[in-house]
Design a protein around this ligand. Structure first.
Ligand SMILES: C[S@@+](CC[C@H](N)C(=O)[O-])C[C@H]1O[C@@H](n2cnc3c(N)ncnc32)[C@H](O)[C@@H]1O
Length: 345
């Protein structure tokens, strides 16, 4: 009898890493919604103390606290009776900044929007068959329905990067007034840091009327509203002065529009910009083969579900469209940055 050598069967490790990714996300949401991070903000506590304070089940609290330790947000010390505290690490710092309901950058509303997006994603198998999106956030009606909540919820996602952008473009050093156009402003997350950097910065924020309520809320919250003007409407038929702006910001708008409309939008940005003004494009950017990074590639599917023409561009495509509109030397602000800057000659 001959022994047939069988190839060993490999375990489905990578598949399960992806399938189980939902569990940490749900645990993080549960900890946040049950105010675990506020309870531990000032001092370390035992699980029983946290449960009593928050009126939660002790066993469930214990398990949730351990989950937050495993995910790096909390630390536990003091065997055999453990006390839990916010980890003294960058991940712990993220918990303090984004997971505590008392923080100005609290991400609770984003988690709720994540649930809404989850419902949309469940339609992916059908959408790929029919070619029809589940939503049309690229229409005026769709945008006004979806974006007031969504634009508010995503503010914390971009604010830290937007602050870096304003610093890298030296907004704090300007000698003469800068007029900034924040086109499709949403919460104004990309322009607020410019306004915060210098009192010489003035901003025109353009978005649909329903969304401008959110824009006004955030400009008030960051105490820059007196230097903002609000322009209501669709950019396609809004009158803007030619050669008026020093900076034009397109924050997370090109991916809703598809290639042809994006080209038209970039051309419009060129027309309204002063010579030597700068364009700031914040986007999800895929590598040139569209094989990664994972997030922008997944985001392309998100836009497939949410729009008729939406997509994720590669860095080369973005640069080509920006140059075609007339801008010079587009460059990525920092290698890991989601922001491309270019100048009008
Ligand atoms: C994904 S949000 C981005 C908001 C903000 N710039 C940010 O990065 O957080 C897209 C924004 O574009 C606005 N928008 C979409 N199409 C528009 C159009 N045709 N004219 C004006 N605003 C538009 C939406 O209302 C929404 O506020």
């Amino acid at each position: 009898m001959t022994l047939v050598k069988q190839k060993p069967i490999i375990p489905p490790t990578h598949i399960n890493e992806i399938m189980y990714a939902m569990w940490p996300a749900q645990a993080l949401k549960a900890a946040t919604q049950n105010h675990i991070f506020e309870a531990l903000d000032k001092e370390a506590k035992e699980a029983g103390e946290v449960a009593r304070e928050l009126k939660l089940d002790v066993r469930g609290t214990q398990l949730l606290l351990d989950a937050m330790v495993a995910l790096g947000f909390l630390a536990k010390t003091g065997e055999p009776v453990y006390k839990y505290s916010i980890a003294a690490t960058e991940t712990g710092e993220q918990a303090r900044t984004y997971l505590n309901a008392k923080s100005p950058l609290f991400m609770g509303p984003w988690f709720q929007q994540g649930d809404e997006l989850g419902k949309m994603w469940r339609n992916l198998p059908d959408a790929v068959k029919t070619g029809k999106p589940v939503m049309e956030v690229n229409t005026d009606v769709g945008a006004q329905e979806i974006f007031p909540k969504l634009a508010e919820a995503i503010f914390p996602n971009s604010y830290a990067t937007a602050k870096q952008v304003a610093t890298l473009l030296k907004a704090d050093k300007i000698k003469t007034e800068w007029l900034v156009l924040d086109l499709a402003a949403g919460s104004a997350v990309w322009s607020i840091p410019f306004a915060e950097a210098s009192p010489k910065v003035k901003v025109d924020a353009l978005d649909f009327d329903a969304v401008l309520k959110v824009t006004k809320h955030f400009t008030n919250k960051y105490a820059v509203q007196d230097r903002y003007a609000f322009i209501s409407g669709n950019w396609r038929d809004t009158q803007l002065k030619d050669e008026a702006y020093d900076i034009v910001i397109l924050g997370h708008i090109l991916h809703s529009e598809g290639k042809e409309v994006s080209k038209a939008l970039l051309k419009r940005c060129f027309e309204v910009m002063k010579p030597h003004g700068r364009l700031v494009v914040a986007e999800m950017i895929a590598n040139d083969h569209r094989s990664g990074p994972v997030f922008p590639i997944m985001f392309a599917l998100n836009m497939y579900l949410a729009t008729t023409e939406g997509c994720v561009f590669t860095e080369a495509e973005l640069k080509e469209m920006i140059e075609e509109a007339g801008f010079k030397k587009p460059y990525r602000l920092a290698p890991d940055h989601v922001v491309i800057v270019a100048e009008k000659p």
